[in-house]
Design a protein around this ligand. Structure first.
Ligand code: ATP
Ligand code: PRP
Ligand code: MG
Length: 389
């Protein structure tokens, strides 16, 4: 039978920072009253003006948890956004001439990409999926910028009728939900939520929209469950809520997105995208690696290479670079040992150093890497093929 998924009722839950006296922590919503003073960004342009525009536009999160990390990522790619003052919504990046940066709320970035008022943007995959709603014109250029990790997940109370409910299947099989009294889910994700429930064949579900502090809704009797972003799980725990098996709608992190129409039609967008993509890929690849140099005894370079290849954590990106070290002893130049250079994942650094030592490595130097440029960026090839270029 088809799932009856309906969206009805609107309620607004708002919250205040810092927490009110009597509230045990910032993440508890039960004893909080509030206000919210979101600052609306000016509209960057209009559809009519969009086609006449010659400058390329990149939308970045103006506030919230993604704002700072996005600027830091770009800075680490030597693409520092230059803002005349922090209250201004427009900036430039000196390395990318003919491009404006516009600071906008994440959901507005997606909407404005769709409207043609922005060409490129950085947002969470959750926002992109919710507000892009699988629009044909919007495209993901880089799908893992390695920050803003969270999941969009269903949560239910730990107590009462939900005490022994631990999976989506358990939830679906509860006799409580009927056409007249559906499972009420509060969420800001009113596109992804109903779609997920329908896919899972959940019957008798209704959704209500909310804007922040969703975790309070079950305790207030406004909803039975919530669908919201979770990362550490602290907010859920502190509000006596739990996730359930099979209840993750989406795993999210920051992504670089674009309008296909802009990429194809607007002069300069493709070139700028290429440069941003190359820098991002080279930086993100490098951020996970260290360069390790060491000295090793051996009678020739091949013998040293064999030893290194015998160790699972020492093969590097392609293989070791090995150079003879020329020493002068008793007036004679000879090669007794070799300098080796490899790239090592940061996660396995210590294991790699131990393996190097076990095969006679000494004088191990470790340095961070700024960029690793490959011959070609795989994501660039994918993008061109998706654009039919
Ligand atoms: N707890 C979290 N941990 C990690 N990333 C998160 C978390 N919550 C949200 N995010 C990511 O950060 C993005 C922006 O979230 P943020 O709360 O800053 O803005 P928002 O809630 O979309 O803004 P607004 O409240 O103005 O609508 C989200 O779309 C998501 O990708
Ligand atoms: O699992 P946790 O680490 O506790 O994070 C989850 C919380 O983070 C987000 O809220 P945010 O702090 O962005 O506030 P908002 O509701 O104002 O967007 C999300 O809406 C959850 O409430
Ligand atoms: Mg938020």
């Amino acid at each position: 039978m088809a799932a009856s998924v309906e969206i009805h009722g609107f309620f607004q839950l708002r919250r205040q920072h810092p927490p009110l006296a009597g509230c045990a922590s910032r993440r508890q919503f039960a004893v909080r009253a509030s206000s919210d003073s979101a600052v609306e960004a000016p509209v960057a342009g209009s559809n009519g003006a969009a086609s006449e525009r010659t400058v390329v536009r990149l939308g970045l999160p103006s506030k919230g948890r993604m704002a700072e990390e996005t600027l830091n990522l770009l800075k680490n790619c030597q693409l520092t956004a230059r803002q005349v003052n922090p209250r201004q919504y427009v900036a430039d990046i000196p390395q990318l001439s003919n491009m404006e940066v516009w600071f906008q709320r994440p959901k507005d970035i997606v909407r404005k990409l769709h409207a043609g008022d922005l060409d490129l943007g950085i947002v969470g995959l959750d926002t992109f999926s919710e507000y892009g709603q699988e629009t044909e014109d919007l495209i993901i250029v880089h799908n893992e910028l390695k920050y803003g990790d969270c999941r969009l997940s269903i949560a239910i109370p730990m107590y009462g009728i939900f005490e022994n409910i631990n999976s989506l299947q358990d939830l679906a099989q509860m006799p409580h939900w009927t056409k007249e009294r559906p499972l009420r889910v509060a969420t800001g994700f009113t596109y992804l939520g109903p779609r997920f429930m329908k896919e899972k064949g959940m019957k008798h579900v209704s959704f209500s929209t909310a804007d922040g502090a969703l975790e309070a809704a079950p305790a207030m009797g406004i909803s039975d469950a919530i669908l919201d972003l979770v990362s550490s799980g602290t907010t859920l725990r502190e509000n006596n809520l739990k996730e359930i098996e099979g209840g993750v709608v989406l795993e999210s992190q920051a992504v670089l997105v674009a309008s296909k129409k802009s990429l194809i039609q607007r002069s300069g967008v493709l070139d700028i995208t290429h440069e941003i993509l190359e820098r991002l890929e080279a930086h993100l690849r490098a951020a996970a690696q260290f360069t390790v140099t060491a000295h090793m005894r051996g009678s020739n370079a091949e013998e040293v290479a064999e030893k290194i290849h015998s160790q699972p954590s020492l093969t590097g990106l392609q293989g070791p670079t090995i150079s003879p070290v020329y020493c002068k002893r008793d007036g004679k130049v000879s090669v007794d040992y070799y300098a080796i250079i490899i790239c090592v994942p940061q996660k396995t650094l210590y294991k790699s150093v131990q393996q190097l030592r076990s095969i006679g490595g000494s004088g191990v130097l470790v340095s961070p890497l700024t960029y690793i440029f490959e011959e070609e960026t795989p994501r660039w090839r994918d993008l061109l093929s998706e654009l039919g270029l």
